[in-house]
Write a new protein. Structure first.
Length: 575
């Protein structure tokens, strides 16, 4: 075991200095070495070692900006490794390995034994199946490669499973790793060592996640999911309601997208009253029926059914969809669908644990008893207990939103916009997104326009700032801004994540300001959007958005505000 010392100092602020130190501490621990840390910031110097200890250090890592003012005269020049903060944030383990290499060492023997090459199979999935799904997959592949492991990642994105795991790959795997924010079917992994985490954990530090999975994974038993769940899965279950809701949303979105765009096309072909009987039999009238009476009608049942699926697995789907259909019948809308999904899911889960049958009759539970009893419970509750109160709440919410005057509408736009940019695709972002998408079927499409405009602003604003204020960004960041701009145009807010990771205290406030501006302007002008995804590419579809030019102006204004704020907040990078 090597005795390493590190000094962390960042001109970006005290938070950055402490984050640098924590990253180095964690990387050294994973490699089996001890590291003593000194943090230098505007709060002063937090001593982690004495001058005498420093003099006897085997290796010293100095993670500091060029102008941080660290006195190097007391540091052992022959054992000193100087790195920029960006290098530590990018790969702290590599920095520690570089320091060890100067000693002619690698990982400690215990770490080397633990680093025996593994055959890993993984699945990544996020609610929309767009950015986080593939960013997590790429991070896992890079993390496994850095650790010397073999990995096969299946992505369960918006177009279905890609790079699907074969039965042979699963059979040969030493470890199963699921990085998902939605429910993933685990039946095929019965008996394998499995670990579950979020996509965010994989994106943030895939190497650390793989190491944790290797240490904490436990055999998965499909027949008894709760009892056999590994530590990571149990931890994820603690925040289960959010994950269950996101699973329902991920299955609901295709119905909302298809229905909204079909209705927009119907209006384009037959006018705003295309649904009247006078147009019956025309293409426009038919498209409206498909969009409004079929796709939108299935939206709430899909939401409820897959919330229940996330909670109780396949036996929960039928009761959840039945409850969702009844929610639509009584006018409870998406609020009723959410309630029905959770009631059905937990009811079926409880019934599955409570009902005990002889082994020969166990097969009746998933196909007969659980769907029957679950559907009866949720159906009776929706019709006799909670349906009408939830319907009244949904009606009040819809009328309130429709009757919003300019000032209150602007306030809602500011709130939605700020939430969309607060965590770049995280829980706060998704809460605003789910609220907005769910209202489309109720005829309230202005929040969706505000949410999508705000979600496009962070990567677009960063890309513009890289052009206007090039001295504030590294060459690597300026080059990556081209991809960020494309992601922003496609309404993939996660394109801003790499910039947020490097400088969160400056980038997040700038993004929130611009996104709030775009959301406020969109709501102020009453812009309504029928499609919950697609970015600028849906604007070419007739009637997908009612005020195209005003909407474009809101997005441009938000982008400019973010870019100017970044120019003001960020400091020039030393050449």
């Amino acid at each position: 075991m090597a005795q390493l010392f590190a000094i962390a100092a960042s001109q970006a602020g005290p938070a950055h200095s402490f984050m640098l130190g924590e990253a180095l501490l964690a990387a050294a621990a994973r490699l089996g070495h001890e590291l003593k840390l000194r943090v230098v910031s505007s709060f002063g110097t937090q001593e982690g070692f004495s001058p005498e200890e420093l003099a006897g250090a085997q290796a010293v890592i100095l993670a500091a900006d060029a102008g941080s003012g660290i006195d190097r005269s007391a540091l052992p020049a022959d054992r000193l490794l100087e790195v920029a903060p960006e290098a530590v944030f990018r790969d702290p383990a590599q920095v520690v390995q570089q320091a060890l290499a100067r000693l002619g060492m690698a990982a400690a023997p215990a770490a080397q034994a633990a680093a025996k090459p593994l055959r890993i199979v993984a699945i990544t999935s996020c609610p929309t199946g767009v950015a986080h799904t593939f960013m997590a997959a790429e991070a896992l592949e890079q993390g496994a490669k850095a650790l010397g492991h073999r990995i096969h990642v299946e992505t369960q994105g918006s177009v279905g499973a890609q790079n699907a795991l074969s039965a042979e790959a699963i059979a040969e795997a030493d470890l199963v790793l699921i990085a998902a924010d939605t429910q993933v079917d685990r039946a095929r992994f019965a008996g394998k060592r499995l670990y579950s985490a979020s996509t965010k954990a994989a994106i943030h530090d895939a190497a650390a996640l793989i190491g944790k999975a290797q240490a904490e994974a436990a055999p998965w038993q499909a027949a008894s999911a709760t009892a056999a769940a590994p530590a990571g899965a149990q931890k994820a279950a603690a925040s289960g309601p959010y994950k269950h809701l996101m699973t329902g949303v991920s299955f609901m979105l295709p119905f909302v997208v298809a229905g909204g765009l079909l209705i927009a096309l119907a209006f384009a072909l037959g006018g705003i009253y295309v649904y009247d009987d006078a147009h019956q039999g025309t293409v426009g009238w038919s498209l409206f029926q498909v969009g409004a009476k079929a796709a939108f009608a299935l939206m709430v049942p899909a939401l409820a059914g897959y919330i229940a699926f996330s909670i109780a697995d396949r036996p929960g789907i039928a009761p959840g969809m039945v409850g969702g259909m009844l929610a639509g019948t009584v006018g409870a809308g998406f609020l009723g669908g959410i309630a029905a999904g959770f009631i059905a899911g937990y009811a079926v889960k409880w019934l599955n644990q409570w009902i005990r049958l002889p082994r020969g009759l166990e097969g009746l539970k998933p196909v007969l008893l659980l769907p029957l009893l679950g559907s009866a419970i949720v159906g009776l509750l929706m019709l006799m207990v909670i349906g009408q109160p939830v319907a009244a709440a949904m009606t009040a919410l819809t009328e309130f939103l429709k009757g919003m005057q300019s000032s209150s509408a602007v306030l809602l736009g500011i709130v939605l916009g700020a939430m969309m940019a607060a965590d770049m695709g995280g829980p706060i972002n998704k809460a605003a997104y789910v609220f907005s998408t769910s209202l489309i079927a109720s005829g309230v499409a202005t929040p969706m326009a505000a949410a999508m405009a705000a979600g496009m602003v962070p990567p677009l604003g960063i890309a513009l700032a890289c052009r206007l204020f090039a001295s504030r960004f590294s060459a690597e960041e300026r080059e990556a801004s081209k991809a960020a701009a494309v992601l922003g145009l496609a309404f993939i807010t996660e394109g801003a994540i790499p910039y947020v990771a490097r400088d969160p205290l400056r980038v997040i406030p700038a993004c929130v300001l611009g996104a709030a501006t775009a959301g406020a302007l969109s709501m102020w002008r009453g812009v309504a959007l029928q499609a919950p995804h697609g970015g600028v590419f849906v604007l070419a579809i007739p009637n997908a958005v009612n005020h195209v030019l005003l909407y474009g102006a809101a997005i441009v204004a938000g982008t400019v505000v973010t870019a100017l704020a970044l120019g003001l907040f960020k400091k020039k990078i030393a050449a």
